[in-house]
Design a protein around this ligand. Structure first.
Ligand SMILES: [Zn+2]
Length: 148
């Protein structure tokens, strides 16, 4: 897997990053309106309140959109790889990487689940893999041999 480029935590994102050390995916949640948002911000994007808490995410979502990268922005990256927006069950969008499937085989609305890529500094980065067989990718039952 390619080494991801990861920003340093700041005072707003630090709790989110700390949870990744335990492979817990958090979603910032407003104390007043219960709205969820990502990435973490100082104010609620829904109501402007500054009392924000954290809730745990199921790590389940669907592919909202994706791009297969064929030309690496850095020479050490292996191509192709897949950059995606994943919509979590909690309603927020994560900009992330899709893994575990041929890059050309992904489709919008594919169900995905979070898995973790550990970073050198102890933090971890959520990436998403197929969340199990979807109706379109279930193996066909073996065709019966029929004599004629
Ligand atoms: Zn709010």
């Amino acid at each position: 897997m390619n080494p991801p480029e990861v920003p340093a935590p700041d005072e707003i994102t630090a709790p989110w990053w700390e949870a990744t050390r335990e492979h817990r995916l958090l979603v910032q949640t407003c104390v007043r309106c219960a709205g969820a948002q990502h990435p973490p911000r100082a104010l609620c994007v829904h109501c402007g309140h500054d009392a924000l808490g954290w809730s745990g995410s199921s790590g389940l979502g669907v592919v909202d959109s994706f791009t297969v990268v064929h030309r690496a922005p850095r020479p050490e990256l292996e191509v192709p790889y897949v950059i995606a927006r994943v919509r979590l069950a909690e309603g927020v969008i994560l900009l992330t990487r899709l893994e575990g499937r041929d890059p050309g085989a992904w489709a919008i609305d594919d169900p995905v689940r979070a898995t973790w890529v550990d970073l050198d500094d102890g933090r971890a980065l959520p990436v998403f893999v197929p969340a199990g067989p979807s109706p379109t990718t279930e193996p066909e039952p073996a065709p019966e041999q029929r004599g004629s």
